[in-house]
Ligand binder design. Sequence first.
Ligand code: GLC
Length: 446
Amino acid sequence: MNPADTPLIDVAAARAILEANDRDGHTVPTDGLYPFQWSWDSAITALGWQTFDEDRAWREAEIMFAGQWDNGMLPHILFHGNAESYFPGPDVWGSGTRIPSSAISQPAIWATTLRMMLDRASDRELAESRLGPLVPKLVDYHRWWYRERDPEGTGLIVSYHPWESGMDNSPAWDKPLAAVPEVDWSYERRDLGHVDSDQRPHKPEYDRYLYLVDFYKRHGFDSQVIYDECPYRVIDVALVALLHRASMDLIELCRQFGVSDGLEDIEAAVNRTRTAIGSLWSEEHACFLSQDTKTNTALDVITTATILPLFADLATDEQARRMHDLIGEWLDASTVGLASTHPASPLFEAKRYWRGPIWLHINWMLALGAAATGRPDLSERLRDDARRCVNEAGFFEYFDPVAVAGCGGDRFSWTAAVALYWLATPCRRPSDTSSDSSRLIDDSQR
Ligand code: GLC
């Protein structure tokens, strides 16, 4: 076969994963381990659906937003149906919402992915008719973040749970989490029935995760009380950066769809974040550090969260240059991909949840960030490495960056979706003049 005809990834296998994980309009991250709809998984997964079924892609978003709380919050999990195989389920969260849900959110990437879907839609009329009604809901969601999680208007929203970061077990959360009491009731974890314990969080961490879940319920989800008293309150660089990027995308969507209600709040908030983000920059580490606002200390572990401001146009040229150097040296430190924790960190663990493995959707965002800040070479390196992960190991939840092995859940939706959206097209060469392929590549590299 001519090398140009060699498929870059197994497109049919990736599509089959999304189809198998489809549950009547929403996609579960993987069968068994995660049997419901997770917010940021779903946002990424919709991008994958769009490559072969546009109607289904919009449906994914509509179902997610059907679970939005009255106050604008978009829960991190919507429990559609029976929760037997999952812990903690809706009873433990106790949110009592129409569609049972968790009581925290997840990285706010929906406005970003929906804008990408609009730009890439082949059926523009369909896209506009489906996205239009979602835009005011996105505005409510973003206003919720700024209102409830930055009540003092600092420009830096806070998070109340490591799960809210989406990077659940990141070593950056070790110190603030250690200050959280452990639950005093016993429970049975269901995750260990699906995945080896050496790839999952330890029990004391789990006890604290659950304490926090109880805490919100005990305080009737009262925002002011939680802000004042939650034993875990962290400014997570990734949450801040991803919300900021999504707000920029949302402002553009509002313009396109003529939505003005609430827009001023979003515009004011992005200006505040742009000013405030500099306070998280660390000259010593050449990246932005998250902060524990209970103790006012920087969380000095280099994880992929610390460089996500590259994806949000939040770095100065000099900061971007220093982060590019950091990324280059970080890539050199493992066999493949950008590890979720820098391999030089004493807290790096190649296989354990968010303490070292590669997550492809994060590598994708960082590739876009590198390309947008003048380093297409780094962007292509990240893409080539991501292809190597799926081609050598399969469509796993995450990958060991040293052994190039798949870990966590298999046949994972966001991995398949990222592969379809980002990896299935060749890289752009100056000689590539085919309008069709250059359009696809431009979109996926935007
Ligand atoms: C884990 C991940 C989180 C993801 C969820 C479902 O909790 O840490 O980011 O959303 O699994 O895939």
